[in-house]
Design a protein around this ligand. Structure first.
Ligand code: NAD
Length: 509
């Protein structure tokens, strides 16, 4: 007999009353479910019950729930002192310590307690659901239900089917997720599931750029926040989540994918982790935290705009040319409108994917005066200006001063394919397309999960459709050519849709 969420006798069990377990219980009770909570450490259970009561009380104070409803929700939660009291539970969610030995022992114990048709779900963030299931007497009753921290604020939940999980089990957990007022998405078991795979595209790619000395961490944070619209720069985020959490998870995903280069960790992050530069929680990471607050270094004023020096803008890229021309005209700089740049003009190129060096060589421009401007994410909130190894200081400062002439901040970086925004966005998009290609989740769910789970301004496929799949393909091809690293090889899902002029959401019949 299948689990009936509508039965008045349905009870949800949660084992593990830490940060996640207590959040799961809170949203389940708020959603109208009767819940039993157990922890091997009974003080933890008691603490969690008080915490849940406080949190539900606060929800009522904020007017998000009536006081009566909050009291009723508190009344639906019961702490249990022995796991055997999970016996009447139709579903038990395991949210215990991330250790496969501990988890396997819990499942063996639970299988001996609960009914034959009861479902056992894990909230693991990094272990394979199928591998964990393989230790059960009834592996087909086992499923992943991955919540995000802090649970009450993070509405996303990934429902993960293991290889042996029949679809009805996942269907039931999708419904359970909705009753807990969550936004569930259905995901196939894969290393990092969905959200944690995509998350690697942001932090790790940024770490690789920092490692290559293309830009400093603060500059990378500023560019991605201001120009690409991410709520938090990658290094601020790494400091917040702490390197001893993020880096081992990246290593695990990389190992589980048999060294897929897209997920290759950054050695810089391991070194910093080992040096104890873990982030905010220890007061030092990529930033300093005097009094617990992130110390953001002040941004230097731009150099003075050069007097009367002309600016020549390459027409090689139509869209970039038009966008940059408009800005430079508005700033009031004098334009060199000749076909070829004059002897002293500052030369600006707007490559898609190519680095500035390649653009200068291809277009036969004087590299000492050539700089690149990234126009793909617009030029209104922050501008990225890239040098090449031959650019003189004087040309760099002149271009910087001119481009900052209307008060919009400009960040100067060193040469690299795709500047910063093009590179990060195409990497995230490529990973999203890879997830779609492998059928790990449906295209709409990929975007929904990433927006809800990572707070990105767009999901990976929307990012791709907004920039344009053809452009994303060009950026990835350029990165792949310049680095010769299969990390950047465009995924077939992306290539086919770009070449056919289709949206990245297009599913094949
Ligand atoms: P936590 O350390 O805060 O809590 C774990 C709890 O499990 C502790 O209270 C511990 O006493 C209890 N426990 C240990 N052995 C037990 C047993 N045999 N039976 C019952 N309880 C036992 O950890 P957490 O952050 O809440 O993580 C729990 C799970 O959720 C892990 O699998 C983790 O990977 C996953 N997860 C964590 C996050 C996060 O950001 N913290 C996010 C998503 C998923």
């Amino acid at each position: 007999m299948a689990v009936d969420l509508d039965s008045k006798d349905f009870i949800l069990g949660v084992t593990g009353a830490g940060a996640m377990g207590r959040g799961i219980v809170q949203v389940a009770a708020a959603g109208g479910l009767a819940v039993r909570l157990y922890d091997v450490n009974s003080d933890q259970t008691k603490d969690a019950l008080q915490f849940i009561e406080r949190m539900l009380g606060r929800t009522a104070e904020k007017g998000q729930m009536s006081a009566d409803d909050a009291a009723a929700a508190v009344g639906r939660v019961a702490g249990i002192e022995e796991a055997k009291d999970f016996a009447p539970c139709g579903i038990v969610i395991e949210a215990a310590t991330e250790n496969p030995e501990i988890k396997r022992k819990i499942y063996a114990e639970l299988e001996a307690i609960v009914a034959e048709d009861a479902i056992i779900a894990t909230n693991t963030s990094s272990l394979s659901v199928t591998t964990l299931a393989s230790g059960l007497d009834h592996p087909e009753r086992f499923v992943g239900m991955h919540f995000f921290n802090p649970v009450p604020l993070m509405r996303l939940v990934e429902v993960i089917d293991g290889v042996l999980t029949p679809p009805e089990i996942g269907d039931t957990l999708m419904e359970l997720g909705r009753r807990m007022t969550r936004e569930p998405v259905r995901v196939k078991d894969a290393p990092g599931f969905l959200v944690n795979q995509v998350g690697r595209g942001y932090n790790i790619e940024a770490a690789h750029m920092y490692g290559e000395c293309i830009a400093g961490t603060v500059d990378l944070d500023r560019i991605l926040q201001d120009a690409a619209g991410f709520r938090m720069g990658p290094f601020t985020l790494l400091d917040l989540t702490a390197l001893d959490v993020t880096h081992p998870a990246t290593e695990l995903i990389y190992e589980q994918f048999y060294h897929e280069p897209r997920y290759r960790p950054s050695p810089i992050l391991r070194a910093r982790m080992e040096a104890g530069m873990l982030g905010r929680k220890v007061g030092r990471g990529f930033y300093e935290y005097p009094d617990g607050k992130q110390a953001m270094p002040e941004e230097k004023a731009p150099p003075p705009a050069p007097d009367g020096r002309k600016v020549w803008i390459s027409p090689a890229e139509d869209e970039g040319h038009v966008a940059l021309l408009e800005v430079v005209e508005k700033i009031g700089a004098s334009l060199d409108r000749a076909k070829k740049p004059g002897k002293d003009s500052i030369i600006l190129v707007t490559p898609i994917g190519d680095d500035v060096t390649t653009a200068a060589v291809k277009q036969e421009l004087d590299p000492t005066r050539t700089l690149g401007v990234d126009t793909v994410m617009g030029l209104e909130s922050r501008r990225t200006l890239a040098t090449n190894p031959a650019t003189t200081r004087e040309a760099r400062d002149a271009a910087h001063g001119m481009l900052a002439g209307d008060g919009v901040p400009v960040t100067v970086i060193r040469d690299g394919p795709g500047f910063v925004c093009q590179r990060i966005i195409s990497t995230i998009c490529n990973i999203g397309c890879q997830i779609a290609q492998y059928g790990i989740a449906a295209p709409e769910d990929i975007d929904k999960a990433v927006v809800l789970g990572l707070n990105y301004p767009s999901g990976p496929l929307t990012f791709g459709d907004t920039v344009g799949p053809k452009k994303i393909l060009r950026i990835l091809e350029a990165m792949y050519r310049i680095y010769g690293d299969p990390r950047y090889r465009p995924c077939p899902w992306l290539r086919r849709r770009a070449e056919l002029g289709l949206s990245l959401f297009t599913e094949e019949v």
